[in-house]
Design a protein around this ligand. Sequence first.
Ligand SMILES: [Zn+2]
Length: 336
Amino acid sequence: MIVDAHLDIGWNAISAGRGFLQPPAPGYLVSRSSLVAAEMGLVFATLYAAPARAGRAMRTRFVYENAHEANLMATAQVNYYHSCGLDFIGDRAGLAAYVQGWKKGKLAAILLMEGADPIETPAQLGAWTERGVRIIGPAWGKTRYSGGTGAPGGLTELGRQLLKAMRRKHVILDLSHMADEAVADAFALWRGPIMASHSNSRALVPGDRQLTDEAVAEIARRGGIVGVSFYGKHLRPSGRPTLLDVVKHIVHHARAAGGPEHVGIGSDLDGGFDARQAPIDDLARLKELPARLRLHFNRPQVEGIMGGNWLAFLERSLPLLPAKPDGGAVPAVNTD
Ligand SMILES: [Zn+2]
């Protein structure tokens, strides 16, 4: 199975009206049917809400002004995933059973929160893990927790508290979008599982949104994985991206990490951009990637990059205990 570690499915549906159960909207790539046809078996589905200051860039009016609004918007996305019948995997046993029984046509998700502002206080984290959140990226732009893309700064005091709460709840840390200072703070503070869901190489595309080789090496040293994004601006400084650009980032990350077992896919497809800014015009063309990777890696290594590496990471990083039974639609987390 192919694994994609970053898809903003809930955001696409709720803020942009691109429903997951419909065929892909014209000019877009991702829907349940296109993922299944591409033999995608597991996706990291995000809870992403745009802060008001980013509304214009994200071409949406679906934005939050404060933490409570962010909470409500992420809650709406949890409910949307339930309404789509997308099953969340929450623990190692659940993952093992799913992988063993997987056949073409089946699709499950790991719930990833991108930008932690929907968590109103670190004390609220347990309510989010009960809903299925297993991975949290504290930043997007700047959040109350962390400096982010285009917004330098370290972890805030609240961010440090959040990381301690995440460790207690066995949540995985996603470094994507964190500012360099915050990445350094996280390396100093964090001892749990670590990854970057959708981050390309700064050596190939300058800018704080991409990871330095040193950060990739440190993630790898800790047993983590870096997912390569398919967004044009992450793939090349200018011009139309191709699958060759994807391969270049994978090869570069593998070298920086000391091996391809630390690299996977985190396409970010349709998360605020359309197919014109992607290296493929149809998700079925993902099938062309393994042959191109074979020019650089052997067959088991290519299978790892396409999905096996993420599965192995989750097998060692998800909590051991089963998640609480899932109650379907949920109200916003109550902070009273
Ligand atoms: Zn992102």
